[in-house]
Design a protein around this ligand. Structure first.
Ligand code: PLP
Length: 365
């Protein structure tokens, strides 16, 4: 017997998040050697984790029979010091994806609304639907950036959260400080504004959303160790916000949501500024590598503030398949409603070279 009639309809109707294709699966399906596959599909850091984080994890392996510190005291203390806030203004999660979920958990339900940009992170709509709330999507501007005025206009008395992805995935644009200030001056007090800053380290412009937190506004800054810090596999992210919102996030989480390995890795990674600098430099020069080739070939791409580039290739799915056959995993964008595009993560110089060589062949340039 199917239990379908007894299941929550809104959960049943969810379309699960589709991650980038794993290297192991690609190798299996295509009979390729995993070592020869280049994955440029999930905006991971091609330099790997900080060597300091690797060492910390190795040293922790033999202590894995003990539960981690459920409060993540050391990690949250370091995060608080880094951002000049109090310990009680922080929360950590199993990736910043979990913090997105916890935020939705705290304030969404039937009748509530979440506002986000049309081209932004897919998890917002999934989480919104998981809590049976209404997802309100605002079209991006002609230059692909968030339409903050349009987002303001979409706010109703039912709006609980507005997500601003800065820089945004998958397009790579960002909103500047002045625009943010104007938005924050107009946004109603009952709305939580969540700035998802997963790619902020790579951004060409440094913006500050914590000044709104300091001013007592209901703002959340979401950060992750998955991108610039190179710890996507460890699953750790954090939120800096008001004590009230941090408390809600901490109430809604499971007791040991960030595991021991992840806690020690993140702690060590925070100290390794040299690794971050190298990662950011790799991405900045890698972006130029792609822009130069695309300009030569006459194909259009969106200048990016992230470690990825959205590029218009025609039939995105066909190009994705052809690249896959050549051992290069890209991200097709059909699911985002951008069937003519693929998203390419910026890798090492060699990986980018390999990707461009294959792409040149596929696009006949
Ligand atoms: C990758 C990403 C995240 C972070 O994901 P984790 O769960 O921390 O790995 C959050 N927001 C955006 C926009 C992202 O692209």
């Amino acid at each position: 017997m199917s239990i379908s009639p007894y299941i929550n309809r809104h959960v049943q109707e969810l379309v699960a998040y589709q991650p980038g294709k794993p290297i192991s699966e690609t190798a299996r399906e295509l009979g390729l050697n995993p070592a020869e596959i280049v994955k440029l599909a999930s905006n991971e850091n091609a330099l790997g984790p900080s060597p300091k984080a690797v060492k910390a994890m190795q040293e922790t392996a033999s202590g894995m029979h003990i539960y981690p510190d459920g409060a993540s005291f050391e990690l949250r203390s370091k995060i608080a010091a880094r951002h000049g806030v109090d310990f009680c203004q922080t929360a950590v999660g199993n990736g910043s994806s979990e913090l997105i979920e916890l935020l939705c958990h705290a304030c969404l339900g039937p009748g509530a609304e979440l506002v986000a940009a049309r081209y932004s992170f897919a998890m917002y709509s999934i989480m919104c639907k998981l809590f049976n709330a209404k997802y309100v999507e605002v079209p991006n501007k002609a230059d692909w950036s968030h339409d903050l005025q349009g987002m303001l206009a979409a706010i109703t008395p039912q709006t609980r959260i507005v997500f601003i992805t800065n820089p945004t995935n998958p397009v790579g644009t960002m909103v500047g400080q002045e625009e943010m200030d104007a938005f924050m001056a107009a946004v109603p007090e009952h709305v939580i504004v969540a700035f998802d800053e997963a790619y902020i380290e790579f951004a060409g412009e440094q913006t500050d959303c914590l000044k709104y937190v300091r001013a007592g506004r209901n703002v959340v800054s979401l950060r992750t160790f998955s991108k610039a810090y190179g710890l996507a596999g460890a699953r750790v992210g954090y939120a800096v916000t008001t004590p009230e919102i941090a408390d809600l996030l901490n109430k809604a989480r499971s007791p040991f949501n960030v595991n021991l390995m992840a806690q020690v890795a993140a702690l060590a990674a925070l100290d390794d500024t040299e690794h971050i600098t190298r990662s950011v430099q790799m991405v900045q020069s890698g972006r130029e590598q792609y822009y130069t080739a695309f300009a030569q070939w006459g194909i259009s791409c969106i200048p990016s503030h992230g470690n990825f580039i959205l590029v218009r290739v025609g039939d995105g799915k066909a190009v994705y398949d052809a690249m896959l056959a050549r051992g290069v995993i890209l991200r097709p964008m059909g699911g985002y409603g951008l069937p003519e595009y693929v998203r390419i993560t910026v890798g090492t110089r060699e990986e980018n070279e390999r990707c461009l060589c294959a792409l040149r062949e596929v696009l006949k340039k």
